[in-house]
Design a protein around this ligand. Structure first.
Ligand SMILES: Cc1cc2nc3c(=O)[nH]c(=O)nc-3n(C[C@H](O)[C@H](O)[C@H](O)COP(=O)(O)OP(=O)(O)OC[C@H]3O[C@@H](n4cnc5c(N)ncnc54)[C@H](O)[C@@H]3O)c2cc1C
Length: 488
């Protein structure tokens, strides 16, 4: 029986790697985690979720200040933002969260943390800082990096990505964003609110292409009304660095060439897996179009080497990376075979209003050739929403032909929080009648969840059939409105 230095070796100290490290170490596996940067936390903490959500909140407060009149408050003359102060706040939030992801914390759980860039020498051993270290099982959790298109001139132009966006010295006066996925759209709104003139350039005719068009179009309308300029169906012909400004020449939907100039170009056109420096080709770990190829137990083409998180290219979210980390621990440490199941994996785009999704939307149901019906409820009919000054958006509940829920999409205030009730309902297979009957506090945004389920059921409860039955058994007299007062 071969002997190894560690039971579990992990490469990458982001959401996926840290979940595996915590689980494996606490279960008694001798665990090594290797991270190439000098702190743990990965993209989410340093260049992703945390700085972006902190910036979004700052931009939202600034937007509210500028729109105080809408709340019956005096109009305020707000000065321009100081991006250095915003950066300070972002860093302070990162520093607080960094404590959860510290070397000391993982050491206290029992895992050894090493810093450096490892390279696989064989299927069980890596070369790290001049030493060879072996493990029985390995997990590759190296995440992803911004995908840079091969656009003419881009390689000679100073552009930015999520790696430096939150660390700029000043607020850019203007910014062209290439791409219209969640990162692009969240940042378009936040920077526009802070005072940057933002243009979004998108190849296709829809932003947030994974979402239903009606929901994505509503977000585009809101951002458009706040000042974001959208160029859809646009292909970028070439890019040029003009010094203080950068130029993008694109072909618009009608085939006309158009030149746009801005101080900054933000490239947000998807993500590439971080696999380059690991030496995977030498040990038989194969890649596919999206990233490291894994089976549904997250085993790579070398069964004792697992991959989790963005590096597989599946669902590139922090909560998906954490979920996958748990699957790896179950399979590799506890030896309980567990497969991934993404049927009810939720996600949210943190624009204002937010767009949250769990299960199927119309797009995915159509692609799957499913027969479905849609039930909706607008936020303008929710009392809390009105008192908050939030009237945009709706909830969409998709049902299959047997009226079983397929999925829920919510566009509205705090949609990311509201969708959690549906995460529980869908995972636990709770009946819609149970949700409709459950008392929700008034006035809350959450009542919209109960109400959309109730609308569906009220069709059955208040049917002609039920009315006729009640009339027959209890002699009910029917409609009162429209009749004259009874004469005594
Ligand atoms: C701007 C932005 C906003 C986002 N917002 C959200 C959000 O709101 N919600 C959400 O769920 N997701 C969000 N994401 C996505 C989220 O950040 C990722 O899905 C998540 O970080 C993936 O976790 P991971 O562990 O796979 O990778 P990472 O967190 O990137 O961790 C990978 C780690 O591996 C290290 N590494 C890489 N190569 C090597 C190597 N060769 N050797 C050693 N270490 C290596 C890296 O330094 C890094 O620390 C956002 C992403 C971006 C860019």
């Amino acid at each position: 029986m071969p002997s190894y230095d560690y039971d579990m070796g992990i490469i990458g100290g982001g959401a996926a790697g840290l979940t595996v490290a915590s689980g494996a170490a606490q279960l008694g596996a001798k665990t090594l985690l290797i991270e190439k940067e000098n702190s743990l936390g990965g993209d989410c903490l340093h260049y992703g979720c945390v700085p972006s959500k902190t910036l979004i909140r700052t931009a939202q407060v600034y937007h509210l200040m500028k729109n105080s009149g809408a709340f019956g408050l005096p109009a305020v003359d707000v000065p321009p933002v100081d991006f250095q102060a915003i950066k300070k706040r972002i860093q302070a939030v990162i520093d607080k969260i960094q404590k959860h992801d510290s070397e000391e914390r993982f050491c206290s759980l029992g895992a050894k943390i090493a810093f450096g860039e490892p390279f696989f020498r064989d299927e069980h051993a890596v070369q790290l800082n001049g030493k060879t270290v072996s493990a029985k099982n390995w997990v590759i959790a190296t995440g992803s990096s911004p995908s840079i298109p091969a656009t003419e001139g881009l390689d000679h132009t100073r552009y930015i990505t999520n790696k430096n966006l939150f660390y700029l010295d000043d607020l850019p006066s203007s910014m062209i964003i290439l791409g219209a996925g969640p990162i692009a759209i969240e940042m378009a709104q936040a920077f526009c609110r802070l005072g940057t003139k933002v243009t979004v350039v998108q190849r296709s005719g829809q932003i947030l292409t994974r979402e239903d068009k009606d929901m994505a179009d509503e977000i585009m309308k809101v951002l458009g009304s706040e000042g974001v300029d959208f160029r859809l169906n646009a292909s970028v012909l070439h890019v040029k660095d003009l010094g203080a400004d950068k130029e993008i020449v694109l072909k618009d939907g009608e085939g006309k060439a158009l030149s746009l100039k801005a101080e900054k170009i933000l490239v947000a056109m998807g993500r590439d897996p971080n696999t380059g420096a690991l030496g995977l080709e030498g040990i038989g770990v194969e890649l596919d179009r999206k990233g490291i190829r894994v089976d549904d137990r997250l085993r790579t083409t070398q069964k004792h080497i697992y991959a989790a998180g963005d590096v597989t290219g599946a669902y590139q979210f922090t909560h998906a990376a954490g979920y996958e980390g748990g699957i790896v621990v179950s399979n590799a440490v506890v030896h309980l075979p567990r497969k991934t199941n993404y049927t009810f994996l939720p996600w949210c785009t943190y624009t204002d209003p937010e767009l949250a999704s769990v299960g199927m939307n119309e797009k995915r149901a159509k692609e799957a050739g499913m027969d479905y019906s849609v039930w909706t409820e607008p936020f303008k009919d929710n009392d809390r929403s009105l008192s908050e000054g939030e009237e945009t958006g709706k909830i969409k509940l998709l049902l299959d032909k047997n009226e079983k829920p397929l999925g829920v999409q919510i566009l509205g205030p705090h949609a990311g929080e509201l969708v959690s009730e549906w995460v529980a309902v869908l995972n636990a297979k709770v009946k819609l009648s149970t949700l409709a009957a459950a008392v929700h506090p008034y006035p809350t945004l959450g009542e919209i969840n109960k109400r959309v389920a109730g609308t569906l059921l009220s069709r059955k409860i208040f049917s002609d059939r039920v009315r006729k039955g009640l009339k027959f058994f209890f002699n009910l007299k029917g409609r009162a409105c429209g009749e004259d007062w009874p004469v005594t």
